[in-house]
Design a protein around this ligand. Sequence first.
Ligand code: GRF
Length: 199
Amino acid sequence: MTLRVGVCVSGRGSNLQAILDACHDGRLDARVVYVGSSRKSAPALDRAKAAGVPAEAFPPAANGGRDAAQQLMARRLVAADVELVVLAGYDRILADPFWDVLGGRVPVINIHPSLLPAFGGLNRLKVHDAVLAAGVAETGCTVHRAHRGMLDEGEILVQRRVPVLPGDDPETLEARVLGEEHEAIVDAVALFARRSVRV
Ligand code: GRF
C-alpha cells in the first residue's frame, strides 16, 4: 500500500522536491498528500503546488501564534490521513499542541545537515560554519525520528558522509551535504514505505 506522506517545510524545499521526484519516478512507493509551511513565502509551497499536492502556509502571526498555527497544521496532516510526517527544512521547534493532535499515532522524521549527534541544535546556516571552524575531516547528514520536546535528537535512521575539502567555505560544503541529503531523505522515507520501521 502506497505510503501517505505529509511534509512540513519553511523554505527552499529541495528535500521536498527529492521526495516528490522519487515518488513520481517510482523509486518510492509513497505519495506526498499534504505540505504545510511555517512561512507563506516558502518556495517549497510552489514545488508542492506544481506537483499537484495540497499545500498551505500557517504563519504564526495570522494564526493566533506559534502553538495554534502548529496545531492547525497538525489537524490538516491528520485530516489528510498521513502515515508519516517529514520535517524537511521546517525551521521551528514543534510545540506540544502539534504532538497532542498527532497523538503518537504518526511517526515524525527530521533531516539535519550534520552527522548527529555532532553539530546538533544549530540551524542550517550555522552548522556548516561550525563544522569548518572545528576543522573536522568529514561531515554529512542525518535523518532521525523526531519526538516531543527534542531538537535534533531521536533514533537515527539514515546517515550519509561527505568529506570536508581544503578550500571549502560554508556554501560549497552546504551544496555537497545537500546532495547527500536528497538521497538520505528518500532512503529514510523508503524504510517506512517498505514498512521496515516499526513504530
Ligand atoms: C536542509 O539542509 C535540512 O537538512 C535542514 O534545512 C535544510 C532544508 O533545505 N533541516 P530544503 O528546504 O529542503 O532545500
